[in-house]
Design a protein around this ligand. Sequence first.
Ligand SMILES: [Zn+2]
Length: 237
Amino acid sequence: MSDAPLIRTSRLLSSLNWLEHAFLPAGMAPPAESAFGHQRHTATVITAEEAFPPKVREADGVLTNGSRPAAIYTADCLPVLIADTRQYQVAAVHAGLKGALAGVLMQAVTRLISGGATPDSLFVAIGPAIASCCYELGNEVMDNIRANPLVTAPRYFSQQPRNERAIRPQARATQHGIWFDLPALGRQMLLDMQIPAAQIEVLPVCTYCSAEPRSSYRRNTHTNEGYDLRYAWIRRR
Ligand SMILES: [Zn+2]
């Protein structure tokens, strides 16, 4: 086993030679000049200029057409990086269940489109996040999800899915609930905004059972082993 930290990238975003991006492992600092908001699970998206110095403004998404890295931090939430091949804008979005249901992905895409993007000019990568193998929700939460008009095709399982890629035990059921597919929710919202399916990549890494140690907030609530934030960033070259 190597001790080198595992920096993940998207095959799709790596195919765009005008940008750089990374999904960093738990505990690794983002580039020093990165812009990011004070995240509150909202639908607020601001520019990188507004989000620097970091955390001076409340926001859960950062976009820019400049070269400053747009960044977000997550534990189990969706880290979503977006590139616009028409106007060369980039965006980083923190979309947990609450932020996704509040519309943060729609807000980010709407802002990019007002900057000159079109849905078919957008390329999106959804990084490591808690997946249906480990994300149990109670039935009341599930009722709220079903009632949300932004959720057109909820994907969930009554039996806990087995993750073939797991490198540590999956979450144990605690509430006889359902196993919700948060990455699929993000993907569905992007598809509903007419982004082509071939331009959306979901990295198959669950923060609870298949990412590096200390990646998962929920795992820590079960095991008390601690967790560190995971940064994702994207910028124009
Ligand atoms: Zn898992």
